[in-house]
Design a protein around this ligand. Structure first.
Ligand code: NAG
Ligand code: NAG
Length: 416
């Protein structure tokens, strides 16, 4: 993102020197405290936070899946955070609608900030997990930010604001945006006063490696059983956490990432039917809780096979939000008038996500004794393996809050 700063040029001085902000609303209207301890949060607000973010994850999952023809990766939590940033500076009516949409408590800024603290502290890189997430409001140079709003988004790490000559040189701005986002962005629209830009890149090391020796080219099937192409299948025989999701006849596998198992990747398929479209239609926030509660470690090793892949998607988030009824911020300049003067009035909201699944892990794959006939101790419907050689969904969660950091579906192999 350093390159984005070059877009800033002269306009940056406006954004970085507080004196030049014209206060639009009185700064006493929002009581800021970044410390959840001061908020009387003596209840389990992590569960409330999860319900709020899952609600958005699941409602966005369907339109993202359908618009990408069920082959995609995206970061729902990053979009949720950016919409929250806009909501914090929206006019009262839009703000009320957006807080409701995000399941954020309108009367309780302290609790909102506690949710933001959780949401923005998930995608933090470590030696073993390479994860980068950048959220930017790129605004036309010369725009004056509302300091109250700017203070909230900066203190809560919701997004960075960067100025660019959107009106003065939209062609150069568009090229620079594509370059620094490493994206094609066919729907980039610079007709407004700003654009919302989001990137996330993930490449983590499994806690336990897939066996190097058994990465092999294998066919990948459609839900009707036709060969669609081939994949490099990573295989390992190990004890693994599996769950049976009765409500959708689904089967899930959880694999830990990193030495402290700070992240978990959950893979899901439908039992006896490789069509994942019903999962997308049937999931609810209750399903996610059901998934988490269902996971149990197998008593004996089972066969696990997942394709090696690099998957990248560019999601036109504006279109997804419009599908979900969020339109005012893109069509009515006055909806964003407490963000800046003139109003931020974004005309695009784009996210580029890239996820790498490789066989490398921190520890060698276990040498498990062959014990094929011993009971797994799991639900009978799960069988004795998890072989992702037909369409599947998967998701990256953090182990502490089970925030869905990235969600994806894989239906089309890269090699044909
Ligand atoms: C760009 O956004 C503006 C403002 O919402 C809209 O009026 C216009 O139709 C959009 N242009 C394109 C090409 O989509
Ligand atoms: C995956 O790992 C192999 C070695 O195990 C390496 O050659 C390859 O470049 C890696 N691919 C990606 C996309 O990281």
């Amino acid at each position: 993102m350093r390159a984005l700063i070059t877009l800033c040029l002269v306009a940056c001085s406006v954004l970085t020197s507080g004196q030049q902000y014209r206060p639009i609303v009185s700064s006493s209207s929002v009581q800021y405290t970044g410390n959840p301890g001061l908020c009387n949060l003596n209840r389990d607000y992590i569960r409330e936070y999860r319900t709020a973010t899952y609600h958005f994850t699941l409602s966005s999952f369907k339109p993202v899946a359908v618009r990408s023809n069920f082959n995609f990766v995206y970061s729902p939590i990053s979009i949720w955070i950016m919409v929250a940033a806009i909501a914090e500076g929206a006019d009262p009516l839009t703000q009320q609608k957006l807080f409701q949409f995000l399941h954020l408590p309108p009367q309780d800024p302290c609790l909102r900030y506690a949710f933001y603290q959780l949401a923005t502290s998930r995608a933090l890189p470590t030696n073993e997990v390479n994860i980068k997430n950048n959220r930017i409001l790129l605004i036309n140079e010369g725009t004056t930010l509302n300091p109250t709003w700017y203070d909230i988004v900066v203190k809560n790490s919701l997004l960075d604001v960067v100025a660019a000559p959107i009106k003065y040189n939209s062609v150069a701005t568009a090229n620079e945006i594509k370059r620094i986002m490493s994206a094609r962005l066919p729907t980039l629209n610079l007709s407004g006063n700003s654009v919302l830009l989001d990137t996330i890149d993930y490449n983590g090391l499994w806690t336990t490696a897939f066996a190097d020796a058994v990465v092999e080219r294998a066919p990948f099937y459609s839900h009707r059983g036709e060969v669609l192409g081939s994949v490099d299948m990573m295989r390992v025989r190990r004890r693994a956490r599996l769950g049976y999701i009765k409500s959708i006849n689904g089967k899930v596998l959880e694999l830990p990432v990193g030495s402290d198992e700070r992240y978990r990747m959950i893979f899901g398929v439908i039992v006896g039917n490789a069509d994942i479209r019903p999962i997308v239609a049937a999931v609810s926030s209750a399903t996610v809780f059901e998934v988490i509660d269902s996971l149990r470690e197998s008593a004996v090793p089972i066969d696990v096979a997942i394709p090696r892949m690099v998957i990248t998607s560019e999601v036109d988030v504006r279109v997804i939000l419009e599908d979900l009824g969020v339109t005012d911020i893109f069509t009515d300049p006055s909806a964003t008038r407490y963000i800046s003067d003139p109003p931020a009035f974004p005309s695009s909201f784009l996210q580029r996500s890239t996820l790498v699944l490789n066989n490398t892990g921190l520890y060698a794959p276990p040498e498990e004794p062959f014990s094929y006939n011993a009971p797994t101790g799991l639900d009978y419907a799960l069988g004795r393996d998890f072989i992702a050689n037909h369409p599947f969904v998967f998701s990256l969660f953090d182990a502490e809050t089970y925030t869905c950091i990235m969600a994806a579906a894989y239906t089309t192999p890269t090699y044909t």
